[in-house]
Design a protein around this ligand. Sequence first.
Ligand code: ATP
Length: 361
Amino acid sequence: MILERLQIQQFRNLQSVSLIPAAGLNVMYGINGSGKSSLLEAIHYLGFGRSFRSARHQHVIQHDADSFTVFCKAIDEESTQSAAIGYQRLRNGESIIRVNGEQLNRASDLVKLLPVQIFTPNSAEVIHGAPSLRRRFLDWGLFHVEQSFLTLNARYQQILAHRNALLRKGVLGSEGAYWNESLAVSGEQVDKLRESYLDRLAPYIYANLSHFLPEFSFEISYYSGWDRSKSLADVLNQNMPRDLKYGFTSQGPHKADLRVKADGIIAQEVLSRGQARMLMAALLLSQSQYLLTEKRKGCVFLLDDIGAELDSAKREAFISELLNSSAQIFVTAVEKQHVGFVEDYKDKKMFHVEHGQVKEE
Ligand SMILES: Nc1ncnc2c1ncn2[C@@H]1O[C@H](COP(=O)(O)OP(=O)(O)OP(=O)(O)O)[C@@H](O)[C@H]1O
């Protein structure tokens, strides 16, 4: 999908912004606090229904305003069909999402529509942080290539929440067999989709890593969240006494992880921060390439503060590969010189951001 038009109202310091982005590269530059990251944050809302830097929607609404609105017209390059997507968030917590004039009930449905990926100075947290961050990374790709995943995963989460509620009350005993069986059936389906997705994604990841971090030999593997030599049903039944004691389901696909080793050692232990960022860049790029191969869909790719992230050679390699994967890129930089190499790109637009105003050059 490509954003053909973008409109933002009362979003942080962006009072009223309207722009026609390039299909390829869009550079937003301006001094600190001018509104560059807010612009990316607004696009992020269209892809995820949430911010990438604040858990509180209220903080994003412009001071003294009652709501913010983000609107885009996006076009599918393959079918040439367009979609008008609007997201409005009110100060009272209500959100109104419209796609082609029709109201959507769940923000999670937005994820299917617009494939948005983001790379920020904090992206290495996905490598260093909790497994949930890496699961979220994998699941984002799955949402876009496997139609059934969204529903299957939602069902698994629903049954899991129910089993956990019974565990907390200490009343799972009599109903245990039923809930274990339901959770196992649903969990095995989620697990299979994740495993097979990573199998197909891995060749892209290895190819990108050999380009971005040739100094290491990498090994990518998938951990299901339980010992795969046993069925999930057996594990849930065996874990009942422990799960009852602690009040939650200790093993299952909700504990799954994407594991990366560099030269035989877990990546978190051996990579520098910059190298971890490059690993993350390779992972995100791989999803973008895979989505293009599998679904003929390009991503909208947000790169926040790229100058602070990577050295110039790596930055350039990353952006060129992203453009090759038909991604539409929005990159922010404090100084134009930080993205000097974009001189060579033809399909690009430069936007100067100043005091919340965005002007195309
Ligand atoms: N709810 C809000 N209402 C109005 N202004 C806000 C709100 N939240 C944040 N701001 C202001 O919006 C401005 C834009 O912030 P933003 O993070 O987008 O800047 P930036 O250009 O990315 O800066 P940097 O280069 O430092 O990362 C800041 O001055 C910030 O104080």
